[in-house]
Structures are given as structure tokens and as C-alpha cells.
Design a binder for this molecule. Sequence first.
Ligand code: HEM
Length: 427
Amino acid sequence: MSSTDFDLRGPAFIHNPYPTYRAMRDRAPVWRDPYTGHVFITRYDDVLGILKDPRFGSNRINDRLKRVPDDVDVSRLVELLVDRLVMTDGSRHRDLRREVGSAFTAAKVRSYAQGTDAMVRQTFDSLREQDTLDVLNDLALPVPSRVILSVLGLPPRDHQKLRAWAEDFYLWLAHSPGDIGVRTQRAVDSIVQMSDYVDNELSALPSGTEGTYVARMATNLESGEMTHNEVTANLIGILNAAHETTSSLIANGTICLLEHPGELQRLIAEPDLIASAVEEMLRFESPSQIISRIATEEAEIDGVTIKPGVMVALVLGSANRDERVFVDPDSFDVNRNERQNLAFGRGSHFCTGGGLASLELVSVFRQLVPLLPKARIISGPVQWRPTPAFRSPRDLVIEFDSVAITIAEFGGDWYGQVPTADGSSHN
Ligand code: HEM
């Protein structure tokens, strides 16, 4: 393994990690971080290979808890993580995914299109006549929250609480700076509150409720198809997963378009490119930059031996800029139309909510894009959150030059352009 050193924490890296990733791909594509002992994999083919390789497992909870001080009681957190889809493998994962993913099949996602569009439109309506837009707080956070609650059959009233809990968990997961004991305690408190929330909603369901996702979970519970912990852990898992990533992409995509006015103009001229533009945003500024696996057997990657028990960091943000796969990868091209980016992962854990996320994103950008030519960022130079595993700006406020926000969306039938949820076409 190369002894080459790379700084994956400093401000220059956080601002723009891509030159470092290019150097890693060229000089040390399998690189052990001396600080954490994790092995970073940066080339596309290696990342894809590991995502499909059964010698790399998904239960990485112990590694996550290594640096948490003993006086923080993480028992409930562990219980609620261990049964999550994303932490399980093999037949257990397959069985859980059949149930947990039942709301996100291609057909189901198509059935959400009109409702999603209506929620996005209402959000823009509530912003009408504003001259500035706080992209995160006015748009990127509320839309995914409202959509996921509606898809799951949960009441919309609690969306702010859920967002705040999801944020605490995300900051812990992202290894964000600060006291790890304090951060873990907040994640524990929030996840316990989410678990109480889910329990209350399940027990408050009027008897005989049918047709909603939550009702299906309640039936699974009654029939013994799923345990109580599996239902709670996975409802929380979906609520968490649906919030931060989709919000980040709305913000990241807005930045991409404002920083590439030529591509924005092209999109205005050819609105049919909107789904391809969303794919390109996912590739260019992937919200999940790094996902991880644990080696369960010895494996050799690019001539480097990885021992059992070692955590591998799969750098999706690097794989998606790999010049071995993508032509001119550092250019943002709304007509790239290469669907093989890894932003939603790949293999058995391919993002269950990918289709829903794409649906929301296309709907949001259909309404946002026509407003952007008259907009500029007024929250200062973009500052990215100091979390290498996830990419999103700390804040993003834009101002409109001469027009206040109006509803001026692209027309046309767009639902058919949205990618499917099962990722089968990617495998
Ligand atoms: C732009 C938005 C999104 C991005 C970039 C994203 C990214 C990802 C990635 C990279 C994975 C794979 C994790 C791994 O293999 O370790 C994943 C898995 C997952 N995502 Fe998403 N996601 C997004 C939106 C959503 C939404 C809206 C939902 C829920 C409706 C969701 C639910 C899930 C679930 C449940 C898994 C675990 C799947 C499994 O382990 O089988 N995601 N996501």
C-alpha cells in the first residue's frame, strides 16, 4: 500500500476534494488513512467491484462506535441501527428489502408523480413574490420532508421535528467536527425520540387502515413478518435517508447551474434535458461522497491485500469523476446522459429511494430552472459543510435581479423521463 499522504480534512480539501481524489486515483487508488486505519478506494471499477463483492459486508456499527466515550449509552442507537436495511446482508437483507422497499417500486414511484408535483408547486406558491430564496430552508429541506411523509402515510404536521432529528443523526454519521461524545448523545436522543414518534403513529392507526406504507408495516408487525425493532429501525432509516441526501442535491444542483451559466441556458433552451441534468448533478456533486463496507474475508484490490475487519471507504465522489470512465469528468454537462454514475450506490444496497428522489428532483428543477437566469448567490462564496462523507453547502441564499418568484415551470410530459427505483438497469 502506498505511503503517500493525502489530507482529507483541511479546508482546501473540503472546499474542493476533487483534485485530491484525482491524485489518489493516479498514485494510490487503494490508500490507508493513517488517522483512522480506513482504506480509501477511489477508482470507479474498484468501488463498483466492492459494492458487488460478498467478501465486503455491511455491518459497520462497531467501527462507527470505536471513538465514542464509554459514558455515552449507545445501546438504543445500536439496536435501531443493527436491523436497518443498510446494515444487513444476504437473505436477511433480501427479505427485509422486499418489505421496506415496497413503497418505492417503479410503479409505485410513478403513482407519486402528480402528488409530488403538487407539493413542489405549493412550496413555490408559498414563496411567490419573494425577491430572495433561502434555498435550503425554503425549498431543499421542506420538499423531501413533505414528500416522504405523504408517501409513507404519516401526517404532515411533524415535518419540522423530523427534519431536526434527521439532522442530528446525519451530523453524527458524517463525523462532523465537534466533541464526539456530545454529538453521539444528540444522535441517541434524536433517534430515541424518532422511535417514540414511530411507535405512537403505529399505535394511533385507526383499526382496519389499509393502503398506506405505515399500515403495511403495522400488518407486518401483527403477522410476525417483521419484528417490532425491524419496523421501527427501518421506518426511522427511511425518514433519515430521505431527508438529508435529497435536500443536499437540491442545493448542490442549484450551485452547479448558477456556476455554469452556459449549461443553465442550454437547459432553458432544451427543457427535455432536465432528467439528464439531474443525473449530471448527482454525478458532479454527489451528496453521499463516501459509503463504507467491512472486509469479512481477505481480499486483494489493485494488488493490495485487505485483511478481514478492515473498513473500506468507497469514495463515490471520486468514482463519479474517474477519467477512466467519464469523458472530461470535471466538466458539468447537462447532456452527458451517462447513467452509470454511482451516486445512489450499486449492487444489493442500491438506494431504495433513488426513483423517488429523482422524481422530486426533476419536479423541483422544472420549477426552479426558469427562475435561475435572473438569480445570484448572496450568501457569500459557497462554504461546504466540513464533512467529507457528505457534500452540501452550509447555507445558500439567492436573490432575483428583477423578477420576484413566479410560477414559470417547463411544460411537457416529464414523468416518463424519471429513472426507475430498483436500479436494475444499472446492474
Ligand atoms: C439524492 C438523494 C439520495 C441519494 C444521493 C442517496 C444515496 C444512497 C446511497 C449511496 C445508498 C447506498 C448505501 C450503501 O450501499 O451503503 C443509499 C441507500 C439507501 N437509500 Fe438513498 N439516497 C437518496 C435518497 C433516498 C430517499 C429519498 C430514500 C427514501 C425514500 C432513500 C432510502 C435509502 C435506503 C432505505 C437505502 C438502503 C438500501 C439498502 O441497504 O438496501 N434514499 N442511498
